[in-house]
Design a protein around this ligand. Structure first.
Ligand code: ADP
Ligand code: ZN
Ligand code: ZN
Length: 749
């Protein structure tokens, strides 16, 4: 192997192809696929960083003209060969450049100096040490005496402890080393981001339903099947316990496991359980780690110091030597999809990695994504159900309140009569309540009641939200202005907000129930990391009776004393134009309702809505996942939406509206014209091109946004369409336009 294909580390699409270099003799032993090297590039032979992505005996180019690799990049992290393969898969399936894909699979961006730790190691026997000590005593070398006495007691002593606590200088240590009494050794210690007592957890004997899952996976394993599984089990049904049992099997075989959780999940509670079971063989990987800590976790994984890594989608790229299982908890969470190019979905990459590693892949959720559930129904995943809560506590009683009727009956408050009555009742009984609003800000948008003008952000096509203290804020770019006294359009005094926000609810509660302690949790009250934990612990300690919040309160965390959950306006999230609206609403409602009655006391939930007849609300109230799924499947099938078909959103951004629109039109037109090619003579009706259309928010941060949607039954047709667009863009004269691809988008633009 004397030639290497490298990808130059510059984010220029035009250079995003492999270049061939010769590996000089002196580097032959030192490079491999994934090594970051320095290469002379272009006419001026400027030195650039590059990744080796393949090695070969020969080159397709004139060997005379192939240049030599100049050296190995300092402090660079080597990408494992498997990760290079994964990067190629990500690039191919989700678009973007190889360079961008390589950056994704690199969990630690740079090698960071390891923590070096020095130890003094005893080399002499007792008699010899005593002789040396006698000599030192005679010469009044007190420092040496102290050190020799210490060495008589223990074989290894931390260097810093000797020079610090013991007060012995480095020169004394060196002198004793010279005499052959000791040696100084460097030990590398990897930083462990988790500090927790590991205490053996009393192991629960699995319920028959839990055991059946573990047995089925074992049976498959015995038969050489590395299965794909989906566990559909309500919160508290024992999924985590099953994951831990499965991981235990994996670890016993000397293999490793990746446990994926959504970025926002409360990792602490889960971590504690894993630590109690697996001790310090567990580690975490997430965005709060420093680069040094990230790098060290990769090294610990590589060196076999840990068996399990817990983390969001980036944990997939921790380089384990012998991966035995991937688990994805809360599979339905949209944060598993990357929001920046390449916009990959962790579920698809995990499946690929499981294929490559020949290992099992387990997903779990209380409300599986329509995608995953559909795939399970089609037989791609084996499905298991866990139907009962193991810690007692039945599912809550749910009532749906029609807000239109409330209004007709003269109730203009945010709370229905029913909700008010139940809140009062919980306060009297000393039980807790949670009120959930899927919205942030004080009172939503502000408009003029006379002329209808809506106050909008001057940089983005969105309305400003009113916040406390008379401020108007743009949630997309952060633009802030003071609330005008009169309408800038017509001068009317009657400008006001429409919808209630969390702050307004808090205020109403204070008026309605004076003296009752209310906590509020939303994006504004949780700006710092600690504030989030603090609100949760205050509430779970019973220091407040009511917790008001946005969707962040419906995830994770058990509050045993909560016996009432109120959803204030269930349909707010149904209003969006995103085809996932019903799915998201259903999931949020099921989760929210499930917050009630997690302890001994039975729970109750009230869903307030303007659309009580909507199926997402009806099935959520009935806690009927299958019912919802079938209805949703029929709807998506009718309109050709994923998962019944696939969809590619081509997103075009640009500061010049006309240029961006023109580019979007060209892209849409190009695909239409080449439809027969792209579909390879397969039924052309297997593909549909929609748009271009301005994105639902047409402008953000002064960039105009357009989308072309391409729908096709087969994913590979969409990949071909993307390839064609990428190819054309290479020769297009773009100014500041950006084109991005989003396959099977989880959020519509
Ligand atoms: P999930 O992950 O589905 O929310 P968990 O695994 O966290 O469920 O289990 C919910 C609760 O039930 C936890 O407190 C857990 O300790 C307990 N639990 C789980 N499995 C068992 C079991 N087999 N026997 C007794 N308690 C169990
Ligand atoms: Zn006006
Ligand atoms: Zn803005």
């Amino acid at each position: 192997m004397i030639y290497a294909d490298v990808i130059i580390d510059i984010s220029l699409d035009k250079l995003d192809r492999p270049f061939s270099y010769r590996i000089p003799e002196n580097l032959l032993e030192k490079v491999d696929v994934g090594t970051r090297v320095l290469v002379p590039f272009g006419k001026g032979n400027t030195i650039k960083k590059a990744y080796i992505i393949a090695l070969s005996e020969n080159t397709a180019y004139d060997p005379e003209k192939v240049k030599d690799i100049a050296g190995i990049a300092k402090d660079a992290v080597t990408i494992e060969e498997k990760q290079v393969e994964l990067a190629a898969f990500i690039r191919k399936s989700f678009g973007g450049t190889m360079n961008q894909a390589l950056k994704v699979v690199l969990p630690a961006k740079a090698s960071v100096k390891k923590l070096e730790f020095r130890e003094v190691v005893r080399l002499m026997g007792r008699e010899e040490l005593l002789a040396l000590k006698g000599e030192a005593l005679r010469k009044h070398q007190n420092a040496k005496v102290k050190l020799l006495e210490e060495l008589l007691l223990q074989e290894t002593i931390p260097y810093e402890w000797i020079t610090g606590k013991l007060g012995v200088s480095s020169s004394s240590i060196a002198s004793l080393a010279k005499a052959g009494a000791l040696k100084v050794e460097s030990v590398t210690r990897y930083r462990n981001p988790v500090h927790m007592d590991s205490r053996e957890e009393e192991r629960k004997s699995l319920s028959p339903d839990q055991q059946a899952i573990v047995d089925a996976v074992r049976e498959d394993e015995k038969n050489g099947i590395k299965g794909r599984y989906l566990i559909h089990g309500i919160t508290g049904s024992g999924k985590t316990e099953v994951y831990m049992a499965l991981i235990e099997d994996v670890v016993k075989k000397g293999k490793q496991a990746i446990f994926l959780i959504p970025e926002i999940a409360l990792t602490y509670q889960t971590l504690v359980r894993f630590f109690r079971r697996f001790g310090n063989r567990v580690s975490v990987m997430n965005s709060t780690l420093s680069p040094g800590e990230k790098y060290d976790q990769c090294m610990r994984a590589k060196n076999g110091e840990i068996d399990i890594v817990i983390g969001p989608r980036s944990a997939l790229f921790v380089p384990f030597p012998d991966l035995g299982m991937i688990i994805m908890d809360e599979e339905h969470e949209t944060s598993y999809k990357s929001e920046s190019t390449p916009k990959y979905h962790a579920r698809i990459v995990a499946e690929k990695l499981a294929d490559m590693s020949d290992c099992a892949f387990v997903m779990g959720s209380a409300t599986p994504s329509v995608d995953a559930y559909y795939n399970a129904q089609q037989g791609h995943y084996r499905m298991f159900k866990l139907k009962e809560r193991l810690t007692g506590g039945a599912l809550p009683m749910v009532s749906v309140v029609d807000l239109r009727r409330e209004l007709k009956e003269g109730n203009r408050s945010i709370f229905s009569g029913k909700l008010k009555e139940l809140l009062r009742d919980r306060i009297d009984r000393g039980e807790q309540s949670i009120l959930f609003l899927n919205r942030r800000g004080y009172s939503g948008f502000i408009s003029c009641r006379e002329c209808g003008k809506v106050m909008k952000c001057p940089h983005c096509d969105v309305s400003l939200s009113e916040h406390y203290g008379g401020k108007l804020v743009c949630h997309y770019c952060g633009y802030e202005t003071t609330r005008p006294e009169v309408c800038p359009e017509c001068g009317s005094k009657y400008i006001a907000g429409f919808k209630a926000g969390t702050e307004q609810i808090e205020e109403s509660l204070n008026r309605l129930f004076p003296g009752v302690k209310v906590l509020r949790m939303d994006a504004d009250t949780t700006k710092t990391k600690d504030s989030y934990e603090k609100i949760l612990s205050t509430f779970s300690n019973g220091e407040a009776q009511i917790l008001v919040g946005t969707q962040m309160i419906v995830k994770g965390h058990d509050f045993p004393k909560v016996t009432l959950v109120g959803v204030l306006a269930a349909d707010l999230s149904l209003g969006s134009t995103d085809f996932h609206a019903a799915e998201r609403t259903f999931q949020l409602l099921v989760q929210a309702v499930g917050r009630a009655g997690r302890g001994e006391l039975p729970g109750e939930a009230v869903i307030q809505t303007y659309q009580p007849e909507h199926y997402a609300i009806g099935f959520a109230a009935a806690q009927d996942y299958e019912g919802f799924f079938e209805e949703e499947k029929a709807y998506r099938s009718l309109l050709g939406y994923p998962p019944l078909a696939h969809m590619l959103a081509v997103q075009i951004f640009g500061p010049d509206r006309e240029r961006a629109e023109k580019l979007a039109e060209n892209i849409g037109g190009g695909i239409r014209k080449n439809a027969p090619d792209i579909t390879e003579g397969a039924d052309v009706s297997g593909m549909a091109v929609i748009g271009p259309a301005p994105a639902s928010i047409g402008r953000i941060k002064d960039m105009y946004r357009f989308v072309v949607y391409i729908k096709a039954e087969r994913y590979d047709i969409l990949v071909k369409a993307k390839d064609l667009i990428e190819e054309r863009l290479k020769s297009a004269r773009l100014k500041n336009e950006i084109v991005q691809f989003d396959f099977d988008p989880v959020n519509m633009l």
